[in-house]
Design a binder for this molecule. Structure first.
Ligand code: ATP
Length: 229
């Protein structure tokens, strides 16, 4: 692997969809990242436990990126105990990649809006740059502690190649207004989410009977066997 910046794109991925995937690929190409690591959160700190186990969500991510070498699934948060704090992931990656390697934490504008709820949020930039992508329906905050903090550290895409961490770069990508919540709701309502997410992921969801696919209710044998709460 060369010494270019590494993108780190965390999420619940419950399930992963084309909004995540297209954004990851566009950022990789536009910002000339060496790779983007999609990091499924085992235990998202700010929301209840997802109905699908971390392993199944990570398996879906792996299926989704299988034919795209620039995107990889990083399962490291599955082997930690307790809440999956992003700062812990960045600390681990910094130790592995060395002090000089640029790292870019990728988040949508919805995340930026509530970044100050994150564990040790001000320290994120000690370990990585922050790349904020405009997300349909959300505005980056223009006042408050996060907005001021981000404005003071605002940088340009070239900064992602010249230093290992510390800059905030805003990016507007192709807008795909897709949310995992909507996909789960569609499936529960008996509608097909096909073409909002990769076929391989939709096939897996149907095979598992996840999110109510195929009329399997909570507590069905099929769901219990597959680690669906
Ligand atoms: P949910 O609807 O369950 O909250 P989600 O679709 O927002 O899920 P997450 O796994 O929570 O997906 O999001 C992971 C990351 O992907 C976040 O940084 C989020 O801003 C970003 N993201 C999610 N959907 C999109 C999209 N359609 N376009 C761009 N970024 C997105």
């Amino acid at each position: 692997m060369t010494s270019g910046p590494i993108g780190i794109f965390g999420g619940t991925f419950n399930p992963i969809h084309h909004g995540h995937l297209r954004s990851a690929l566009e950022l990789k190409e536009r910002l000339e990242l060496t790779q983007v690591r999609l990091v499924p959160a085992a235990q998202p700190p700010l929301r209840g436990a997802p109905e699908l186990s971390p392993e199944l969500r990570a398996d879906m991510v792996e299926q989704a990126v299988a034919s795209e070498p620039g995107l990889v699934c990083d399962r490291r948060e599955l082997s930690r105990h307790g809440p999956s704090y992003t700062i812990d992931t960045l600390v681990e990656l910094r130790a592995e990649l060395g002090p000089e390697r640029p790292m870019c934490l990728i988040v949508g504008t919805d995340i930026l809006e509530r970044l100050d709820a994150w564990h040790r949020w001000r320290e994120l930039l000690d370990f990585a740059h922050l790349v904020v992508m405009a997300r349909p329906g959300w505005q980056a905050p223009d006042s408050g502690s996060v907005a001021n903090w981000a404005a003071e550290r605002r940088g340009a895409p070239a900064d992602l190649h010249t230093g290992p961490a510390g800059r905030v770069v805003m990016q507007r990508l192709r807008q795909l207004p897709i949310a995992a919540t909507e996909i789960r709701d569609m499936i529960a309502a008996g509608q097909s989410p096909r073409y909002l997410l990769p076929d391989a992921v939709w096939d897996m969801i149907q095979r598992l009977g996840a999110y109510g696919a195929g009329g399997e209710g909570p507590g069905s044998n099929q769901q219990e066997q597959h680690g669906i709460c």
